[in-house]
Structures are given as structure tokens and as C-alpha cells.
Design a protein around this ligand. Structure first.
Ligand code: CMP
Length: 140
């Protein structure tokens, strides 16, 4: 079964949308295999988003992601990566399809409520970044 790493971002937590977004995730057939609330250090956020280092939005993104707690989770489903990206919509909420999580709840391309891995390979890397294998449930 494919896994994807999801982060309910600090704007999602601040707006008290953890429950609403998690409900939609479960209603869409994803199984939650791991979940925790964490406050990322600058180093942790920079490591996670290392691929974006040097981009004009990088520093602002790190400030946003370290500005409050967030909720990383491991989701499992067939075709989890692509199906999750369809559920949340485009990075920029103005371009996200109607009914998607970002279209409904996100304020901006940066403060876009939720992160989802963009490939199965990155999914494996990102899952391992937040969760050692023994913290991931085999069934739930
Ligand atoms: P995410 O899917 O977590 O991957 C990288 C994040 O960088 C993205 O969601 C946004 O939060 C942010 N991001 C991507 N592009 C931009 C941009 N052009 N301006 C500001 N933030 C961006």
C-alpha cells in the first residue's frame, strides 16, 4: 500500500481546522498510520524543505512553518500520493479546484493549510524525516 507524508500546517492548527481537515482525509478513504503535533525548529523546517533553498519564498516559508505547531501524519491508501494531491488541490488556492481543501480553507500560496508528498519516492523520504518505522502503525 502506498504512503504519503502529510503536514497540517500552522495555519490549519491556528484556524482550528485539524478536525475538519482530518475528517475529509478519512472520508476520502485514507488510513492514518501515524500522527503527532510538533513545533518545528528552523533546522527541521529547513531540512524538510531543503529542495526549495534559494527560492525567493524560502525564508518566509521557514518563518511560517516554525511560527506555530503543525501536525505531520502518515497516510496509507492505494495511489495515496496522487489521490491526496487531488483532495487538497493546487498549491495556489486561487488555482485549486472547487471543493478541494486548499480552495476552501487556504489564504495564500504560502499559507495553504496542508502539505502532501509530490511523488512516492519523496513520500518515503518525507515519512522517514518525521517518523521512525516503529512509530507507524501497521493497522489502524
Ligand atoms: P508545500 O506543498 O508544502 O511545498 C512547498 C511550500 O512552499 C508550498 O506548499 C507553499 O507553502 C510554499 N510555496 C510554494 N510556492 C510558493 C510561492 N510561489 N510563494 C510562496 N510560497 C510558496
Amino acid at each position: 500500500m502506498e504512503r504519503t507524508l502529510v503536514i497540517l500546517k500552522p495555519d490549519c492548527v491556528r484556524k482550528e481546522l485539524i478536525g475538519e481537515v482530518t475528517r475529509r482525509i478519512q472520508d476520502a478513504g485514507f488510513r492514518i498510520r501515524a500522527l503527532k503535533m510538533v513545533s518545528l525548529s528552523e533546522k527541521e523546517a529547513e531540512g524538510f524543505y531543503a529542495v526549495h533553498e534559494g527560492k525567493p519564498f524560502f525564508e518566509s516559508l521557514i518563518a511560517f512553518m516554525t511560527g506555530g505547531p503543525c501536525v505531520p501524519m502518515v497516510l496509507e491508501k492505494e495511489n495515496a500520493v496522487d489521490d491526496f494531491r487531488a483532495l487538497i488541490g493546487a498549491t495556489d488556492p486561487d488555482e485549486a479546484d472547487e471543493g478541494t481543501i486548499r480552495a476552501e480553507f487556504a489564504d495564500s500560496i504560502e499559507q495553504n493549510i496542508v502539505h502532501g508528498s509530490d511523488s512516492p519516492e519523496n513520500g518515503r523520504r518525507e515519512v522517514a524525516y518525521f517518523f521512525p518505522e516503529h512509530e507507524i502503525a501497521a493497522h489502524s
